[in-house]
Design a binder for this molecule. Structure first.
Ligand code: IPE
Ligand code: IPE
Ligand code: MG
Length: 256
């Protein structure tokens, strides 16, 4: 891979989020509307993801983190779970070379201890072959839960024999699974549900939340740009008072 120049990123100069997190929800309903099996919705959802990574990179977003399989998704019917596992393997073999060539660095976050050796090997390959890319970092949360993340961070801190008085927010943050990324500026959930469903609980303390009814396989540039435009209009105060804050109230919960 030739060295990649560091472009001037939109996120360094404008109102573009550095880090976007997405709960890619609605694949099952998208498939059902077409009288297709749910796993078909997941397959088309992967294609949407590959497009959205490119769109985010084009807009100067540095980190895209997506929720692909939650700690709770094991409760689904076994054929859907095994279909999803198989789909990850297919997705890696089908799209890894393209993503790597497009300058995407891939990271997988979540508990790998319970997935198959094959899947672990595919992830290792995805991470190692893209480790030097710098255009955008795609973090795929798989067998991930925000609560799991806090627990694994605490465990590692305790295992290191850290005295309690040294434990503070910065130390905990440095042990979270995505400590290499800034906290998400913009948190998007597709599919119409208005909840977090255990994604990045620690890191989203001050994220701007954006919910859309668009089902994930239909999510594309129009929806992404609508979310980015909504983000650009938000007044992020982080607990401060700002006289410039608009008096008006905000929009209904689902903007899309
Ligand atoms: C999200 O889509 C993808 C995963 C959880 C793997 P869903 O499968 O939850 O789709 P809906 O919400 O049932 O439509
Ligand atoms: C959240 O979606 C998890 C992923 C998108 C991977 P779910 O469909 O599992 O969430 P709930 O069950 O509606 O809360
Ligand atoms: Mg769902």
């Amino acid at each position: 891979m030739p060295p990649q120049p560091h472009p001037v990123r939109a996120s360094e100069s404008g109102n573009v989020p550095r880090h976007v997190a997405i709960v890619m929800d609605g694949n099952g309903r998208w498939a059902r509307k077409r009288f297709m099996p749910r796993v078909y919705g997941h397959k088309v959802g992967v294609e949407a993801l590959v497009r959205v990574v490119q769109s985010c990179a084009d807009r100067g977003i540095e980190h895209l983190s997506v929720f692909a399989f939650s700690s709770e998704n094991w409760k689904r019917p076994s054929d859907e779970v095994s279909g999803l596992m198989g789909l990850v393997l297919v997705a890696v073999s089908k799209y890894l070379a393209k993503l790597a060539g497009d300058g995407v660095r891939i990271r997988i976050v979540g508990d790998r201890s319970v997935v198959s050796d094959k899947l672990r090997a595919a992830w290792r390959e995805a991470e190692e072959s893209t480790a030097h890319n710098t255009r955008i970092t795609l973090s795929v949360a798989f067998n991930y839960g925000g609560r799991w993340d806090v627990v694994q961070a605490c465990r590692r801190i305790v295992e290191a024999g850290t005295p309690p008085e040294r434990i503070d927010e910065a130390l905990l943050a440095s042990h979270m699974a995505m400590s290499y990324a800034p906290d998400p500026d913009l948190f998007i959930r597709t599919g119409g549900e208005v909840r977090i469903s255990n994604f990045m609980l620690w890191q989203t303390a001050y994220s701007e939340l954006y919910f859309t009814h668009c089902l994930w396989p239909d999510f594309g540039d129009t929806e992404l740009d609508a979310a980015l435009a909504a983000y650009a209009r938000r007044d992020r105060r982080f607990g401060e008072v700002r006289d410039s804050a608009p008096v008006l109230a905000v929009a209904p919960h689902a903007e899309g």
